[in-house]
Design a protein around this ligand. Structure first.
Ligand code: NDP
Length: 309
């Protein structure tokens, strides 16, 4: 009985080491190694090649190696009876909170603009905003959205949130579903997207949403690229609906060299690094899930196939 790690990057060995050092009794293989395929009970995956898991006839579960598992649903060959698990990890949440706090701060204090002016040797003081004057709207109040909300509130931002069904126990206003979306958007001077990518949320960051924000609002998309309609973002910036956007995720990654976002003065790009799974921190939940599925027990952090997250 064994685990196979299937990733689209060069981190297979890092994950193997993290798992093997914490559970020396469990054989762990990397995709493409000489694997006893019928021994594999769990596939731990990050953007695996679609169809590649068909090689393992005795698979009992699929463990995503990040919080977002949309790429697993993209693989239409995945067996419908297999449980899918995702990562829930305190570092993933606190790293995301630190990132959004840093970006929001940079926006209010115009740090990106000064960096640009510096490259031109231009000295031009501008006005700035205070945290307590700004309301941040967080789309998605899950594990990451709640951590972001807490970090922003702790330094003085006002926060509002938007969810699908849940009403988390928080002391800021939470709006739900499409019926309350406009109310939520009208208060969001900075809109942070932390929704999972599902059929319902794909393309949700579009012209309708941007036009419902306070004029000149800012966008931070740290969720998934296909949540955003790229053309609508460029239009919203041109029309002044939005004043700037920080994007960490894109339809295609890496972002194509000729994409108009690269040279847009109001679009700030980071290469999907807002929050990255830490193998050592995440390994215990993978090991625990592996032990559970081979005993026929219910694993942790199960994804709902019907909801898509
Ligand atoms: P969770 O599953 O814990 O939370 C998802 C939240 O989104 C919930 O509040 C949920 O509402 C809400 N939601 C889902 N669908 C809708 C909808 N149709 N309308 C309104 N609200 C909706 O996810 P996490 O917080 O763990 O992660 C969020 C996403 O962040 C991941 O899916 C991933 O794509 C992205 N991510 C990005 C990273 C990066 O580095 N850029 C790193 C890690 C994750 P409800 O509570 O009602 O179910």
């Amino acid at each position: 009985m064994a685990i196979v790690i299937v990733r689209n990057d060069n981190l297979v060995d890092v994950w193997k080491d993290a798992l093997s050092s914490q559970a020396p009794d469990i054989p762990v293989y990397g995709f493409g190694e000489g694997i006893p395929e019928s021994d594999i009970k769990m596939a731990a995956v990050w953007k695996h090649p679609p169809g590649s898991l068909n090689a393992y006839p005795n698979l009992l579960g699929i463990q995503g190696l990040g919080a977002g598992i949309d790429f697993i649903f993209d693989d239409i060959e995945i067996r419908e009876d297999l449980p899918i698990m995702r990562v829930v990890d305190p570092y993933l949440a606190s790293d995301m909170a630190e990132f959004v706090l840093a970006v929001s701060t940079g926006m209010l204090k115009k740090l990106q603009d000064y960096k640009y002016k510096e490259s031109l040797s231009v000295w031009k003081p501008q006005s700035y905003e205070r945290f307590k004057e700004v309301t941040v709207g967080i789309m998605g109040l899950g594990k990451l959205g709640l951590a972001v909300a807490q970090a922003l509130e702790s330094v003085g931002f006002s926060v509002v949130g938007w969810t699908r069904n849940s009403v988390p126990e928080v002391n800021f206003p939470v709006f739900r579903g499409s019926a309350e979306r406009a109310q939520f958007l009208s208060r969001s001077q900075i809109l942070v997207c932390l929704l999972p990518l599902t059929p319902e949320t794909r393309g949700i960051l579009n012209r309708d949403v941007f036009s419902a924000l306070p004029r000149g609002a800012r966008l931070i998309n740290v969720a998934r690229g296909p949540l955003l309609n790229d053309a609508d973002l460029l239009y919203a910036l041109e029309q002044g609906m939005l004043s700037e956007a920080c994007l960490d995720v894109f339809h295609t990654e890496p972002l194509a060299r000729d994409h108009p976002f690269w040279n847009h003065p109001a679009v700030h790009i980071t290469p999907h690094i807002a929050s990255v799974s830490d193998p050592k921190s995440v390994a215990p939940q993978i090991i625990s899930n592996y032990r559970k599925i081979i005993k026929g027990e219910v694993p942790e952090n199960l994804v709902s196939r019907s909801a898509g997250y």
